[in-house]
Write a protein that binds this ligand. Sequence first.
Ligand code: HEM
Length: 518
Amino acid sequence: MDLISACERAMTPVGLDDMVADLATMSPNATAVGSPGISVATRLLILLICVLLAAWSHTDKKTVPGPSFCLGLGPLLSYVRFIWTGIGTASNYYNNKYGDIVRVWINGEETLVLSRASAVHHVLKNGNYTSRFGSKQGLSCIGMNKRGIIFNNNVELWKKIRTYFSKALTGPGLQQTVEVSVSATQTHLDDLDGLGHVDVLSLLRCTVVNISNRLFLDVPVSEKELLLKILKYFDTWQTVLIKPDVYFKFDWIHQRHKTAAQELQDAIESLVEQKRRDMEQADKLDNINFTAELIFAQNHGELSAENVRQCVLEVVIAAPDTLSISLFFMLLLLKQNPDVELQLLQGIDTVVGERQLQNGDLQKLQVLESFINECLRFHPVVDFTMRRALSDDIIDGYRVPKGTNIILNTGRMHRTEFFLKANEFSLENFEKNAPRRYFQPFGSGPRSCVGKHIAMVMMKSILVTLLSQYSVCPHEGLTLDCLPQTNNLSQQPVEHQQEADHLSMRFLPRQRGSWQTL
Ligand code: HEM
């Protein structure tokens, strides 16, 4: 978008200007019919007062706070900050500097960064924001442009695709999740080579890939190979998401990203083909899972082959990207808060005891629920979401033109509003139920996380299975504060070779019931 026109369309608060305009343009006839008793002098006086008030309101609060345009330097610098430090880090920077509603520019496009609960709530519940923003070329490069669900901006198609996800991630699909998650976690724990240096991130990621495959696909998969491709794909996704078009003119860069994305797409395509063959050869189809439903939809001409592949790809990458890292942060926070660990284990002992976790136990594990919520609040993996205004709107008094990019900085909102001990890790923050508008780890409304229920069930099942058998000990001195992290598309630990060893943890077997380590 043209920078100058972006500046000219700056967002202004709505108020008296409109009233003045209305009064000024009101036809004498209309007034005469509507208010016969008001004289011309009174009308002029009202008009004058309105003009004065409008002028005052203009000087008081003219535009959304943010860096100034300054001949285009403002847009350039804010864009460079987003590219350089990552979307999450830059959003926090601007909210801390200018307040909870800020206007910046990404790729020349006006972008609002919101961390005020009322504004966030307005966007989340409103059907006017069911689209996201991102570079078209970048999204095409990773197969997400008008495909799949996560960044699909063709609203009609997205709605249709979302019904397949909703069906798979709620209802009967959700019922099997406890059993599948417990058994996948147990298998991966039993397969550990040793307990001294466990690569926990890899263990958690392989476990969730296994769970996702069993629930949504159900074909033989080499988890480690698939995981490597998922990690490369994720890296490409956050690299290309807000890059300018010129970036994609350089073939050698473009090709590198295309190849990384293509590798995962090819791998998923062959898994879908395998599923198709299995379905053709089966005498009777008992378990019609997510992929099977999509294949039927393709057979009936409702979805294209590319869309089926992209949907399967996205359901497979959704959990390793979010859930495994969340669990990793949770294990660190648990060791930093031994009193919470004790409460958690006592709760598991009372509700589950020596047997395996069952569906009915989940709602009884209150401390576990509060612990997970507090971790998602205090140190989230996904601490913002990206939306786009589909038509003109007003947010907290500011006029928002159609096409404006929106970043909902929920991570910052969780630390600045409502919670009593907002900057501390404390289960007291969830002693009472937090109202939805103040606690949005999964977003809410029509474009919220469609996997939010299954994610909670998976996290509970994995934590109970792991913690009831092992005490998990990070390296001496490793805390969340000193863990090197990046915050681009999501908050992640840095996993370069030199840090990787530091991230491994020691597993000490526990004596069940007494919660002492053996
Ligand atoms: C701790 C785990 C997770 C967290 C914190 C999380 C968080 C989120 C958030 C914040 C969004 C954006 C919502 C918005 O724009 O309002 C989202 C979207 C989404 N999530 Fe999750 N998620 C998690 C796990 C999962 C899992 C396990 C799945 C599926 C198996 C999943 C599938 C999706 C999908 C498909 C979307 C896009 C929805 C759409 O655009 O319509 N998520 N998630």
